[in-house]
Design a protein around this ligand. Structure first.
Ligand code: HPA
Length: 238
């Protein structure tokens, strides 16, 4: 049955959903990488598709930007569409000084300035972390492809334009690798729903230098990330 934000039918989604932020990217990735991709939802243009990869069903759907947006879609996918695994495939800004453009960061944990996980966890600090049953196959798949990945902490910030100029230096001192805007919310949602989640992000800008990727380069980075996530999804539990 349809939910407030997803007008699909039960069984329309595969057990694994890959989520880029941009719904048009979800469409482009589904058309390029999945066989027999069918659009399954379009509420608010947050497009979702299901097809197969190497014969295994898999879905791709946009998450929108920020923790509130991804939290809505993830919760409905987990609780109403029997989805077991959500992998955010996104971009991030490098905080660690040795990260370079297009490097991949696997979010083993996700710090946040958002209040969502405290709301879920009685006011305490919940350690938002990736599910090892998704993280380990993802890292193994990247290694098999001779793609180096960094595994560590993301910082999921509510504000893209943060007013505190020192916040990135503080995060760097604490060993945080990169900033993005969704992982901590996705991990908290997966924990609350008893499901699995992972965020893998390609570096699209270097915060210390202000350098960013062109949109063509971003696109190429996304194709590579999508291929790795699809390969890894073959090893995910149902
Ligand atoms: N901040 C937040 N999210 C991001 C950034 C950033 O600088 N770059 C890519 N996603």
């Amino acid at each position: 049955m349809a939910t407030p934000h997803i007008d699909a039918q039960p069984g329309d989604f595969a057990s694994t959903v890959l989520m880029p932020g941009d719904p048009l990217r979800a469409k482009a990735l589904a058309e390029r990488f999945l066989e027999d991709a069918q659009q399954v939802t379009s509420v608010r243009n947050m497009l979702g598709f299901t097809g197969t990869f190497h014969g295994k069903p898999v879905s791709v759907m946009g998450s929108g930007m920020g923790i509130p947006s991804i939290s809505i879609y993830a919760e409905e996918l987990f609780t109403r569409f029997s989805v077991s695994n959500i992998v955010r495939i996104g971009s991030c800004g490098a905080i660690a000084s040795d990260l370079e453009m297009r490097d991949l960061v696997v979010g083993m944990g996700a710090c946040t300035d958002s209040g969502v996980n405290r709301a879920r966890f009685g006011g305490y600090d919940f350690a938002a972390m990736a599910d090892p049953e998704l993280l380990l196959p993802m890292v193994a798949t990247a290694e098999e492809a001779h793609q180096s990945v960094r595994v560590g902490n993301l910082f999921s910030m509510d504000l893209f334009y943060h007013p505190d100029p020192d916040i990135m230096a503080m995060a760097r001192r604490m060993g945080v690798l990169a900033v993005e805007m969704e992982a901590a919310g996705l991990y908290g949602c997966a924990a609350a729903c008893g499901k699995r989640a992972l965020a893998v992000c390609a570096v699209s800008d270097i915060l210390s230098s202000g350098v960013g990727l062109s949109s063509d380069d971003r696109e190429r980075g996304f194709h590579h990330l999508m291929e790795l996530a699809l390969q890894a999804s073959l090893k995910f539990p149902e």
